[in-house]
Design a protein around this ligand. Sequence first.
Ligand code: GLN
Ligand code: ZN
Length: 763
Amino acid sequence: MTVTHVLGFPRIGANRELKQALEAYWSGREDAAALEAVGRSLRRRHWRLQLEAGLDYLTVGDFSFYDHVLDMSLALDVVPRRCRREGSDAFATCFTMARGRAPGVEPALACEMTKWFDTNYHYIVPEFSPEQRFRLVAPRIFAEMEEARALGHPLKAVLVGPLTYLWLGRDEAPGMDRLRLLDALLPAYGELLQGLAARGADWIQLDEPILALDLPPAWRQAFESAYHQLQTRAAKLLLATYFGGLEDNLSLACQLPVDGLHVDLVRAPEQLPALLDRLPPYKTLSLGIIDGRNVWRADLDALLATLVPLKARLGSRLWLAPSCSLLHVPVDLTLEDGLDPELRSWLAFAVQKLDELHVLKRALDEDPAAVAPELAMARKAVITRRASQRCCDPAVRERLRQVDAAMECRASPHARRRIHQQRRLHLPPLPTTTIGSFPQTAEIRAARRAWRSGGMTTAAYEARMRGEIEAIVRRQEAIGLDVLVHGEPERSDMVEYFAEQLRGFATTRHGWVQSYGSRCVKPPILYGDVSRPGAMTVEWFKYAQSLTDKPVKGMLTGPVTLLNWSFVRDDQPREETCLQLALALRDEVTDLEAAGAAIIQIDEAALREGLPLRRSQWDTYLSWAVRAFRIAASAVRDETQIHTHMCYSQFNDIIAAIAAMDADVVTIESARSHMALLDVFRDFAYPNGIGPGVYDIHSPNVPTVEEITRLLTQALACIPAERLWVNPDCGLKTRGWAEVEAALRNMVQAARALRGLPGRQKG
Ligand code: GLN
Ligand code: ZN
């Protein structure tokens, strides 16, 4: 029999039940018991879905109230001292680490949050001290095993593997090497494995996605010793790798003393022959053949053509699964009754991917005839999609062919542009601004819901949004910011906002994917050639600018970010799709300039997360990504200032590409990483303007004037005052007005005080 399983299932709930429960608990509306109950019911529902789809194992441990890496830290007692809370309940420490506060306990500086490999999911970074100890403390997964066991089905537990766990953490002392902690870590892992086996785990899946990275030799060696030490008879071990091919780690992965290996055949199908060659004959091979990162239906015929001979060869050692956890796709397509039926027939969300596995299993174990109707449906989707006219626009393709090098360049170098821009803008030194969005209040969301459901006319909705914009402009003036924004009230999600107006995109109603904690996004589906039927942001900008003498930034989302935060067509190279997006945005930039925008911000929040996991592929990606940005940004005159914003803090590797984007100002996320990244900008001698975030918007805490002053002082040690901007580290959409207003006042006060210092007067 062919075994089917998933590496993980989305935890947020088809209707974002977990989000609602978390937010109710954080606000004090519900207690911990209510939150626990929602967790239990979501787990039960997700296991039921796996049972119904005939999966051979239920996966336990993929659920989390915030983040699964944080759960490992809690289970191993890797808790920074400042976050330890003998709180009112079991969540106190968890949420203090995750977001700096939990109901009923003292706030603290939250732990750093960063992106999980090349996804838009964020994990909480473990903090390791040189004397770090590891001690198993009541892991949540133990209780979850007991719950799952009640369902009477074979169980597979999942954990982040020990090497990946260490790799993802941060050394808290200079010069320390956290790989040295491995010896201390392994006994705790051993105990955890025993505990899971004792609670009924037949298999334990150890996720080691770092095997798809370029690993230093010491880490590769550590794999050998660690997995020798972890060998156990109590349960079988499945080593899971994903997000890329094993490449130079393939032999290592094949040889580790575990019972099975999972590989990602969607991202790296070419590794199959080498795997078949190297895998010892006793080992299970779990093939990730259903795309866990995208929403297209699988080509089941093509898969069966590969799988039938494999089945003959491997027999019951052949397992089938999605390529990675289904955390990265929406839950259930059946909720999408508003999608165009043909487009919908091309898609599969998490629940549908379980069904695809089931069809493959039956075709292999019984007979393809047993699933003939299901196979016919899959075949039809492949054929209609390939032939569809809706995906192809000859005019777009022709325009792409006309792109030349001149379109990628501003008229003058930055040093010259700066002079023109300063003459136009007259900004003080250390100018203050924000990243674009202001709180999306309940009233704004209610208005949008009413408008979308037909309960409010477009005219009334637009009038409401103008009212919001006016209020936001007035508030910014009162706070004393130098460069204003319109606040983006009309955008519930920026990517979705543009996707709704561009041709070639579809948006969903319930296609939520977890981004961090309770925060979810609904990535649009980019299925066809992209074009811009009309201006998308110009009227909002014009209205905002008409209200004030201060400059208002035009606000756009960049081509690379639109690409990286969408589910993208897989029938042409991403590069080509990205250039189509760039051309559409270029027209919008031109229109904004013509409407009087002196500053246009093109957010590239997601540029870094699209960076391939292997260095050998970086240059190719960065060169087309930078080119796309430049094509979008370069049609403007010297005196128009282009900003970009980036939502991450690891620039070491890509600083040259950031510089090559040639934005006049780049604002970055850095409040939580203690401005450490500024060294990079100093060492590289980054030539343009830069605004390192001085207010951590991912936490509800209000930074004091002193804290902001300290960060700015650090920044001034690395960046000359005439090029330093003062801003929060991301948009303020998810925050409340009270915090935002207080924090921005502190920010403006800190900037003004520093301007007054001698030697900081040059503009
Ligand atoms: N302009 C956007 C905002 O302020 C940028 C968001 C982001 O970078 N994620 O919300
Ligand atoms: Zn951001």
